[in-house]
Design a protein around this ligand. Sequence first.
Ligand code: MLT
Length: 269
Amino acid sequence: MEKRSVGGVDLAFVDRGRGPVLLLVHGFPLDHSMWAAQIEDLSQLCRVIAVDLRGFGQSGPCAGTLTTEQMADDLAALLDALAIARPITLAGLSMGGYVAMAFCREYAARLRALVLCDTRAGCDSPEAAQNRRETAQRILAEGPRVLLEGMIPKLFAPATLRDKPQLVTMVEQMILRADPPAMAAALLGMAERPDSTPLLSQIRCPVLVLVGEHDAISPPAEMRVMAEAIPAGQLVEIPEAGHLCPMEQPEAAGAVLKRFLAALTEPRP
Ligand code: MLT
């Protein structure tokens, strides 16, 4: 992986392929490797940059509170460090989607298109925010394992849990490798993220809203409402997938992403 120092931290990223930039942002508490299939597949047609957010994967450490705005600022600073001035396509899954929406609020002119994958526009309810704060304390005291029991069944479709034990184990290992202070910081940041619902009608670029049929965290019905609120939004539901649809159904998700990316390079009518 390459690294660039931005905003006082070393950000690690994979940079593969040539052409228009597709920046991939992982969910909580994962890292860039959740996009392995897309890095392989999509770097045939564009330049794919898959980043480890501050505190995650091989990026430098973080503690305290890590807001979605800070993570969006890191992405903009990384693009600057790589001298990428042309508008990019930004794809974020779940927490990565919150970051993509924060990026859109601050840096709309840097966006050619957005992919909002298994994510939600609304902020946390007071109860959900409190729950995150308690989970952050537990992770700091007991480590990442406290997440596993409650989180794993919610991340995958029933078919994935049944038929793809290796994928489930891989994600478990990724969670167990995550750094407790960074996990806690991201939870505290997500708890205070703003409501992005008012942003949706203001988004001017094409937006692909991608969701797994069985996503229990950001369900298709909620993502449909999100897609309908975006002027150039289109929803695609991936069958037999849950919250991690690009990992669970990489071929189906890859085909949808390829179609979306190809349409962006067609001349505008
Ligand atoms: C994620 O997958 O990034 C998380 O489910 C986001 C969240 O906890 O809201």
